[in-house]
Design a protein around this ligand. Structure first.
Ligand SMILES: NC(=O)c1ccc[n+]([C@@H]2O[C@H](COP(=O)([O-])OP(=O)(O)OC[C@H]3O[C@@H](n4cnc5c(N)ncnc54)[C@H](O)[C@@H]3O)[C@@H](O)[C@H]2O)c1
Length: 396
């Protein structure tokens, strides 16, 4: 694939390392960056033939097959509209928009232009997520009741993130977008998110946006999602998911305590992992960050889908749904009420009713609980269907 990269910063370079790493045949052929020195430096580092400080020039190169947007949030829409104008396939980093209205305009524009569109939500492509999600889909956890995702770190690396107008929000938008798509994927992307309750505050940083938030997202089938996000967490990048179903549980720790622990006095101190706060003492390095953050699997899905003429796992539509959920979280943080999720465009199931909590035991009873005790008794706790009375039976 021949790619134009828009943006040469933090994520642009992670993407480039993934795209051109290992034995990839994909190649960045054009780079746009705001400043000439960054654009030239990126071109030199990644051997990119064409560099420019004019966005449209990078997009409109005849050899460019797909445009990868790695720009600050407030520039996504402008870049997407230029891709539509020049009919170039487009893949965009997260969040899709600063809000659902922006995301909706982008979704409608790419669909009207008939161009391939992919939403670069890398955290649903991590090897751990892919395996966990497969187990969930195969029914290993039964009916999913609760999915929780946490992303907290000591705050982002560039000025624009901290500026409410450019970023569109604080940690809710920056980190919550990952958590919403992770939990939504576990619950089932065809299930409609209906209401959000969110607490958010600015506890530490001198900014207008929130630096800490916790939210609950109710789904139409009765499942509940939860996100915990913060720009004030100390100790590195904490990325954890938890999924609970009627038949099991999965806990995923993606970054801080992954089983790789190292102690150093600091001699030869080096880069450890994204947002690590120290490079001496006990450390938690990450083996292959690019792979473990999902970038490799994400681009493989994007480009395989482009070649096969099918939509990728994550499209602009998913980005739009995520923005709509986050808009409700922002509203709820203000009103302190459950706020409805407003989805003008919804392509999943409609009118799903809450799953039943009544598990059949026999003609007269529902099963509440079964347990083998430490003294060898097998007990069942039952509820009488007619009287509602709870009773227990010792079976052996
Ligand atoms: N895991 C992820 O998916 C992930 C991680 C980090 C960032 N992001 C997203 O990537 C995007 C860029 O974030 P980043 O961390 O690379 O930021 P960054 O500040 O490191 O880089 C941004 C790039 O855009 C350019 N830029 C900045 N302001 C500009 C302006 N006003 N006009 C034109 N160009 C400008 C910068 O020069 C730089 O090349 C954001 O949407 C962010 O949410 C995604």
């Amino acid at each position: 694939m021949k790619i134009a990269m828009l943006g040469s910063g933090f994520i642009g370079r992670f993407y480039a390392d993934s795209l051109q790493g290992l034995r990839s045949k994909d190649k960045i052929v054009a780079i746009y960056s705001r400043r000439e020195e960054s654009s030239k430096k990126f071109a030199e580092d990644y051997k990119v033939a064409f560099s420019t400080i004019k966005m449209e020039e990078a997009i409109n190169r005849p050899e460019v097959e797909v445009v990868c947007i790695a720009l600050p949030n407030n520039l996504h829409e402008e870049a997407v509209m230029l891709c539509c104008k020049h009919k170039k396939a487009v893949i965009t980093t997260k969040p899709l928009g600063r809000n659902a209205a922006e995301a909706k305009r982008m979704l409608e524009a790419v669909e009207q232009a008939g161009i391939f569109n992919g939403y670069l939500e890398d955290l649903v492509y991590t090897p751990k997520f892919i395996k966990a999600h497969e187990s969930v889909k195969n029914g290993a956890l039964g009916r999913i009741l609760w999915a929780k995702s946490r992303e907290t770190h000591p705050g982002p690396h560039s000025d624009w993130f901290w500026d409410l107008d450019q970023a569109g929000g604080g940690c809710i938008l920056d980190l919550g977008c990952h958590c919403v798509e992770i939990t939504r994927s576990y619950i089932g992307k065809e299930i409609k998110p209906i209401e959000v309750m969110c607490w958010a505050d600015t506890q530490v940083k001198p900014i207008d946006a929130e630096d800490h938030a916790i939210a609950l997202i109710k789904y139409e089938n009765g499942a509940i999602a939860q996100f915990e996000v913060s720009w004030t967490f100390r100790g590195g990048l904490d990325l954890r998911d938890e999924v609970m179903g009627t038949e099991g549980t999965i806990w995923v720790n993606s970054f801080l305590r992954t089983g790789f622990e190292m102690f150093t006095t600091g001699k030869g101190a080096d880069y450890v992992a994204e947002k690590a706060e120290s490079n001496s003492g006990w450390l938690f390095p990450v083996g292959d960050e690019i792979n473990e953050l999902g970038y490799n699997h994400m681009f493989a899905d994007m480009f395989n889908s482009m070649e096969n003429g099918t939509p990728p796992r994550e499209t602009f539509y998913d980005g739009y749904v995520v923005n709509a959920v986050l808009d409700s979280a922002f509203r709820s943080a203000k009103t302190k009420l459950w706020e409805p999720v407003i989805l003008d465009i919804w392509r999943g199931l409609e009118g799903v009713t809450k799953d039943s909590h009544l598990q059949e035991y026999d003609a007269d009873h529902y099963l509440v609980k079964e347990e083998l005790t430490h003294y060898g008794a097998k007990k069942v706790i039952l509820k009488n269907k007619t009287t509602g009375k709870i009773l227990e039976k010792v079976l052996s």
